[in-house]
Design a protein around this ligand. Structure first.
Ligand code: LHQ
Length: 260
């Protein structure tokens, strides 16, 4: 249910259940988490793109697929589905020390919004929209929705979107900080590819450390963040890419980063 393709340092993961708007099944979440782990360990990969097949990005939990029903068909408790499936996927997205782009090609709903928000950057087709659909079925934002939304758009807007379940157009998403970029539908695939190729040519170790330090900084005070920056800089300062960046600057030529 996940297509995984690698070329030119970019791993492209496509959620592939287009008839169901790529809604999540247990299998799909497990495949995605495994693919991210694999991409995280593969030195060749310097950027990851997550997108959806067909019209939608992802419609959240497949409401027709009861995850982990027991032999008698009894439904599992939602808390356990989150603990066992979704939460590890979200942690994997955050802990993979490579840039992850959500290429939001179409609608994102429910946990599909949360997964897009757990990625580092969001490039959004003007055809796409976001809907925090949880409340529409009597649920609360999960998979990090209650964490990411207020941090990206501020508490007031986050509460509004979570409580109303209103649709957020691509343009509005850009305006309120949910989307980094919005593109015309015809240019969307090329623009997403361009961004991925650009990131894959940058110093991957430094980008991984930026990711780790900034996310950690959300839970730290200034003194702790300063210390973490010093720690990260010590690592970055010992990379080949740092040496190359310095040398290229002094020689007045463009750098050729290798990701190590
Ligand atoms: C779907 C779905 C879908 C199955 C569209 N499932 N088929 C975690 C843990 C435990 C429990 C529960 O939840 C969670 C996290 C969550 O994610 S909860 C939130 C789950 N998601 C939703 O409530 C969203 C439901 N979908 C919608 O509101 C709409 O389909 C959206 C706004 C995504 C798209 O609307 P439209 O463009 O009008 O398309 P559509 O409704 O006609 O859907 C297209 C097809 O996709 C349709 O199939 P069909 O065979 O009739 O063509 C839908 O049944 C199917 N689909 N979402 N979540």
């Amino acid at each position: 249910t996940i297509l995984y393709e690698v070329s030119g340092g970019v791993a492209r993961m496509t959620m592939n259940r287009p008839d169901k708007y790529n809604a999540f099944t247990g299998q799909m979440i497990a495949e995605m988490t495994a693919a991210l782990k694999k991409a995280g360990k593969d030195e060749e990969i310097r950027c990851i793109v997550l997108t959806g097949a067909g019209k939608a990005f992802n419609a959240g939990q497949d409401l027709g697929d009861v995850q982990g029903a027991d032999a008698q068909g009894a439904e599992p408790n939602h808390g356990d589905v989150l603990r066992e499936r979704y939460n590890p996927l979200i942690m994997q997205l955050r802990n993979t020390e490579k840039p992850i782009i959500a290429a939001v090609n179409g609608v994102a709903a429910g946990a599909g919004v949360s997964v897009a928000l757990a990625c580092d950057l969001r490039i959004v087709s003007e055809k796409a929209y976001f809907v925090n659909a949880f409340v529409n079925i009597g649920l609360v934002p999960d998979s990090g929705g209650c964490y990411f939304l207020p941090r990206l758009v501020g508490l007031g807007k986050a509460l509004e979107l979570a409580m109303t379940g209103d649709r957020v157009s691509a343009e509005e998403a850009y305006r309120i900080g949910l989307a980094n970029r919005v593109c015309a539908a015809e240019q969307f695939a090329d623009e997403a590819e361009r961004l991925a190729v650009k990131l894959a040519a940058l110093p991957t170790r430094a980008i991984g450390l930026i990711k780790r330090t900034m996310y950690k900084g959300l839970d730290m005070n200034l003194a702790q963040t300063l210390e973490h920056e010093a720690y990260a800089q010590e690592i970055a300062g010992n990379t080949e890419d740092h040496r190359e960046g310095m040398q290229a600057f002094l020689e007045k030529r463009p750098p050729e980063f290798k990701g190590v």
